[in-house]
Design a protein around this ligand. Structure first.
Ligand SMILES: [Zn+2]
Length: 462
């Protein structure tokens, strides 16, 4: 039987634009009708109705860049620079992460994302304990919580900030995990696979070249980071005589379907190259500010026709997975940086968080807008709380005023995952309680107890 979701404003992010007193109907996993409430209701008198004449409906948000490998280490070492943070936190944690810890951490972060209206996440799991095949634990958790995702292993065989020589045993383990993940995703209803390259500099030339060749042969799309911080460009120029984007181009990476996180440190030539090769960019405004990486020239990229989506980035470099915060920040960063309040509008930010994000993942034929035939990935924001009371402009109200508290109902693939602001099908309290000993176990194994009050307290207990 059909379900009709109703609100004061339906922001379709498609050709229908903003439908006042609108409704979206879906049957199973597909949207079957979008239009004025009275007309949709008349066409489907037997449908179940959710919502009322208040609030806003949007397509589910697409979180274009995340690291669920950081799910259990939020709010640690956040005041370090990116390279210190990488060496002191991410490297030791990456050596001891395993499938069970990946599963327990992902469950909490998947819940956090659903509760703020994310219905699809592009994740890159970064770690170095390759034999553990931890990415499979991520897929298990994503499926359990019912979050749509694109999963990749952010592989690297060079220690953070180092150089390193190819080790074929490590390379074999890395490719074994890529293959196991691709295989696992091929039978998943919600999770698809991408080939992951942590960063150009995190890979030996052998791994980098072999991976690109393999991705081209298999038709794998790719997820990587490019031009995040100035140190990356300096280091790459010293090692290779060119920046990371040029090096990626030289090796054929830009010929593949590619989403590159950040692209903060790009010059005019780089922007031309991104546009010419149709490289998609995942912009992470909160993480860029926490790590003081710089400001991505988003308006300039978009003017040149580059598709830019918004990501939260990893839970340890943001340090939350609150997508609404990232969407608001995407607009605010440009306004402040250019000292120009017109530099990015709320509707542009919302577009980037939905249809452009879907385009950035080559999923726009299925998700990203509310249109007949697309997947039923739908978010209803209540209009009966302080966040969305008195909607003068639905785009501005949503981007600048809404918080996760306003997210009332979320459907992914037609299945309700949030109802009346509560997670459906999973006990949030249980997920959180299960994650605490896992977080203690992880930081203790990594030898990082001194950075964690939680671990020190657990250790002091008899
Ligand atoms: Zn990242």
């Amino acid at each position: 039987m059909s379900v009709i979701v109703r609100a004061e404003h339906v922001l379709t992010m498609g050709t229908a634009g903003d439908v006042r007193d609108g409704a979206v109907a879906f049957d199973g996993d597909r949207i079957v009708d979008v239009g004025p409430w009275a007309e949709v209701a008349a066409r489907r008198p037997d449908a179940t109705v959710v919502g009322d004449e208040h609030g806003v409906i949007t397509p589910g948000f697409v979180n274009c860049h995340n690291h669920l490998s950081e799910a259990l280490i939020c709010g640690m070492a956040s005041d370090m620079t990116l390279w210190e943070w990488g060496q002191r936190l991410i490297v030791p944690v990456g050596l001891v992460l395993d499938r069970e810890l990946a599963y327990l951490g992902t469950r909490v972060k998947a819940a956090e994302m659903l509760l703020c209206g994310v219905t699809c996440v592009n994740d890159m799991f970064c770690y170095d304990n390759y034999g553990a095949q931890a990415t499979l634990g991520v897929v298990d958790a994503l499926e359990e919580l019912g979050l749509r995702a694109v999963e990749s292993l952010g592989a690297g065989d060079v220690e953070f900030g180092g150089t390193g020589r190819a080790d074929h045993t490590v390379m074999d383990l890395i490719f074994a995990e890529h293959e196991a993940l691709a295989d696992r995703c091929s039978s998943s209803p919600l999770v698809t696979f991408r080939y992951g390259i942590a960063t150009v500099l995190a890979q030996t030339p052998e791994l980098f070249a072999t991976g690109i060749k393999r991705a081209a042969e298999e038709g794998w799309a790719v997820h990587t980071h490019i031009a995040e911080v100035r140190e990356e460009l300096t280091s790459c120029r010293v090692q290779h005589g060119m920046n990371t984007l040029e090096l990626s181009h030289r090796h054929g990476l830009l010929d593949l379907e590619l989403i590159a996180a950040h692209c903060v440190w790009v010059n005019e030539t780089d922007i031309g190259l991104l546009a010419a090769r149709d490289v998609k960019v995942a912009h992470n405004p909160v993480a860029n500010r926490i790590l003081a990486s710089g400001v991505c020239p988003v308006p300039r990229l978009r003017r040149e026709g580059v598709t830019v989506g918004i990501g939260t980035d990893g839970a340890a470099s943001n340090d939350s997975n609150n997508m609404l915060e990232a969407v608001k920040m995407a607009a605010l960063v440009q306004k402040l940086h250019h000292l120009d309040a017109t530099r990015m509008s709320a509707s542009d930010a919302l577009r980037m968080a939905t249809i452009d994000g879907a385009r950035a993942l080559a999923l726009d034929h299925e998700i990203g807008s509310l249109e007949v035939g697309k997947k039923a990935d739908i978010v209803r924001f209540s209009g009966l709380g302080p966040g969305l009371a008195n909607i003068h402009d639905p785009y501005e109200r949503l981007v600048y005023c809404a918080s996760p508290r306003d997210v009332a109902d979320v459907w992914v693939d037609g299945a309700q995952r949030v109802a009346d602001g509560e997670l459906v099908g999973a006990d949030l309290r249980r997920l959180v309680l299960d994650s605490k000993p896992a977080a203690v176990e992880l930081v203790t194994r990594a030898g990082l107890g001194e950075l964690s009050v939680l671990a020190r307290t657990a250790e002091a207990r008899p």
